[in-house]
Write a protein that binds this ligand. Structure first.
Ligand SMILES: C[S@@+](CC[C@H](N)C(=O)[O-])C[C@H]1O[C@@H](n2cnc3c(N)ncnc32)[C@H](O)[C@@H]1O
Length: 297
């Protein structure tokens, strides 16, 4: 009998599990999680701080983890993987590209790729490139039909509409299909009188350093955006590389359940501290992106 057969979910719910996710994941039951959102250690980065894997071995290291995640994810669930290829010997190492191909071989659908544009990235000068201001958020699913709540992340239409929608040309009044044959079509007149539009797949969010004890935190708004997009209140979110607990904090704010896994004890404590503080706050969350408030959940 494999470790997970007959496993119960209850002991894991709303907890940060201290351990190596390669050992903990096999203990979770099949098809129990609605969303996985995580930022694993990037290849060889911050090796001294919390481990790291050589870029040449990244795929072989990550694939068994991806297989477990696939088993644990519900058929209608989504997996968001925050990752970025690093520079090795003066060029971008292709391990992320190899990983995408290997995960497709494993049976995942590479459904979408979101970009996190880091609005406040450090200035710097390199001889052969500019400062790195974006990271990938790869969206994998198990099937073409998955849960998605697009209305939950709508954004204000913006000022462009006043000029653009005032002067409609004939093509704007009916569905105008792209002449490049891409299958993309639009009817601009549909947007008259609307306050909100669907967002793009580029997320403009500043990096955050929650505190000096963890160097690679992402902003709470980042997991929160995907949690709103792919889950409903009460759903279960997993972060197998939980770090300082950012995904769990977003879950508490949005009334979702979570399971976190983190190998370093000090980060488990840090995450628990953050969650305790979060639980003490009134359970009302306003999601803000670019200074726009979307009201209580
Ligand atoms: C990039 S950080 C995640 C940061 C997190 N998103 C946050 O906002 O704090 C990756 C984390 O994975 C942890 N980690 C590395 N290998 C692990 C493993 N095999 N199992 C569980 N956690 C691991 C590291 O200790 C580190 O805290």
């Amino acid at each position: 009998m494999s470790t997970h057969e007959g496993a119960s979910l209850t002991p894991f719910l709303n907890r940060i599990l201290w351990g190596d996710c390669r050992e903990v994941l096999p203990r979770l039951p099949d098809a129990c999680v609605d969303l996985i959102v995580t930022s694993p250690p990037y290849a060889d980065q911050r090796k001294q701080v919390y481990g790291g894997v050589h870029p040449d071995h990244y795929v072989e290291w990550f694939l068994p983890i991806a297989a477990e995640l696939k088993r644990i994810l519900k058929p209608t669930g989504s997996f968001i993987l925050n990752i970025k290829e690093r520079v090795v010997n003066g060029e971008r190492h292709p391990y992320v590209l190899h990983l995408i191909l290997a995960m497709r071989e494993q049976g995942w659908l590479w459904t979408e790729e979101y970009i996190w544009h880091k609005k406040n990235c450090y200035p710097g000068k390199w001889p052969n490139r500019f400062r790195d201001a974006w990271e990938r958020l790869l969206h994998f699913t198990k099937q073409k039909q998955f849960k998605m709540f697009q209305e939950a992340v709508m954004v204000p239409m913006g000022e462009w509409r006043h000029e653009r929608l005032k002067k409609l040309n004939p093509n704007d009044l009916y569905r105008f299909n792209s002449q490049a044959g891409s299958g993309f079509g639009k009817r601009v007149a549909n947007w008259i009188g609307r306050e909100y539009a669907y967002p793009t797949n580029v997320l403009h969010m500043a990096t955050e350093c929650y505190n000096r004890y963890h160097a690679a935190t992402f902003p709470v708004d980042l997991p929160a955006w995907f949690i709103k997009l792919f889950t409903e209140p009460g759903d279960l979110v997993l972060d197998p590389f939980m770090g300082s607990g950012t995904t769990a904090v977003a879950c508490v704010r949005l009334d979702r359940r979570y399971i976190g896994i983190e190998v370093k004890e000090e980060y488990v404590r840090l995450a628990e501290e953050r969650i305790t503080k979060e639980n003490a706050l009134p359970n009302l969350y306003t999601f803000a992106e670019d200074g726009v408030s979307y009201g209580p959940k």
